[in-house]
Design a protein around this ligand. Structure first.
Ligand code: M6R
Length: 404
């Protein structure tokens, strides 16, 4: 069942190029009649479900939405953060990311022009499910801007916010409760630590952002083609890189395996990758780890950096704040950190600064997290394996948290 791998987690990490292809299949393509153009088709968002309050197609409602709210937990919340970046940049629309467990215990203001995207591998996380229910129940709680000041009747039924599921498990509660959605097609994820579901969630959100970018006129035809070609090429570039990356991460893991604390830094779209790297490490190796935005560490966390504390920095030349990140990396070294820098192929800026450098294939910045998260997954895996941890079933942790 483990396909010759020692753990499901390793199998699932290695399976990512295939899982990503399955997630992209039929959704992104070059039409036979115009092979230099790219199209995105998201079948699950095209028709309103039977009996839906609003007969408009979900895609039409999404194109006219004022705001997207991503509700999720854990790793899925991290993919929401990457999604926010993509929705703002590629689709030119407001997006907010909520911990489902916080959202559900507030009185969030939701209106009918909002879209709530529930992201979940299992489709059974209780808090995320509850966030969907709240979005539906709030249908009359907050009027749309258009209705304020006109003849708004607070008791009248307003069409509710659109709820969209981004889910891996077919037929799960979240898939059933939402108005429409996208399945990840990542295949079963058995290891408690989420890996391939995470990368496929990011792909699903990128596809939505690109599709909306086109529909909302935020992306020119040329830009859309460029982004689609880049996204479609990601699985192949990861596949080619996997075996050399495995060897490199094993060597680095040997050096870091005895750490008691580790820090992960990244900026912009790489901040969520840093958070995810830290979550993976603490989840399976029981090493305390934190992710932070590189510059933010100056506001307190810097006191944690001292001799031999591992600091893993993501520093791609495409990062808009690359010069600041470079400066921070030098500073971390100066303070004695055991430095691992994750950068793009061919970058020699960290020679003589970092103790270890891992080079990733470069792609468009918005797609880069799909690639830069892979070394962090492997690093956590090898460190946990070297420490003899129960990788597929970490202590105290369930695959899906169905209790409140
Ligand atoms: O099934 P979900 O995506 O809703 O689960 C959410 C979290 O419980 C989950 O991502 C958790 O953080 C993972 N174990 C992380 O690897």
């Amino acid at each position: 069942e483990k396909g010759g791998y020692k753990h499901f987690m390793l199998k699932e990490i290695m399976d990512q190029p295939n899982a990503m292809r399955n997630c992209l299949r039929g959704r992104i393509y070059q039409p036979a009649e115009a092979p230099d153009r790219w199209e995105i088709k998201l079948g699950g968002l095209e028709k309103a479900k039977e009996g839906a309050l609003n007969p408009q197609s979900p895609l039409e409602r999404m194109a006219n939405a004022c705001r997207f709210i991503f509700a999720a937990c854990g790793t899925s919340w991290h993919s929401g953060l990457i999604g926010k970046y993509a929705f703002e940049k590629l689709a030119g629309v407001r997006a907010e990311v909520e911990y489902a467990s916080e959202f559900r215990y507030r009185k969030p203001l939701i209106c009918d022009s909002d879209c709530l995207i529930a992201i979940s591998q299992s489709g059974e996380t209780a808090d995320t499910l509850e966030a969907i229910k709240m979005a539906k129940e709030h249908k009359a709680a907050a009027p749309s801007i258009a209705s304020v000041g006109s003849s708004f009747d607070p008791k009248a039924e307003l069409p509710q916010a659109l709820t969209i599921g981004v889910v891996n498990v077919v037929g799960s509660s979240i898939a059933r409760e939402t108005d429409c959605g996208m399945y990840l097609h990542a295949g079963p994820e058995i290891g408690v630590a989420s890996t391939k579901a995470f990368t496929c969630q990011v792909i699903a959100l990128l596809l939505m952002a690109l599709r909306l970018g086109k529909q909302r006129g935020a992306l020119s035809e040329e830009m859309l083609n460029m982004y689609c070609a880049a996204l479609n090429a990601v699985p192949d570039s990861i596949e080619k890189w996997m075996s050399s990356l495995t060897e490199q991460t094993q060597v680095i893991s040997k050096n870091l395996r005895l750490a008691t604390n580790a820090l992960f830094s990244g900026m912009g779209v790489h901040f969520p990758v840093a958070l995810e790297g830290a979550l993976k490490l603490k989840e399976i190796s029981y090493i305390h780890a934190e992710g932070f935005p590189a510059s933010e560490i100056r506001h307190g966390g810097i006191t944690l950096i001292r001799n031999f504390v591992p600091v893993i920095c993501i520093a791609m030349r495409s990062d808009p704040a690359y010069e600041q990140i470079k400066q921070m990396v030098r500073d971390f070294r100066h303070k004695g950190a055991a430095l691992l820098v994750l950068t793009d192929d061919g970058n020699t800026d960290f020679a003589g600064v970092a103790h270890f450098t891992l080079c990733c294939p470069a792609t468009k910045l918005e797609m880069q997290p799909l690639i830069s998260c892979i070394p962090l997954q492997l690093l956590s895996y090898h460190i946990a394996d070297m420490r003899g941890c129960s990788i597929d079933q970490p202590r105290n942790l369930a695959k899906s948290v169905t209790v409140e």
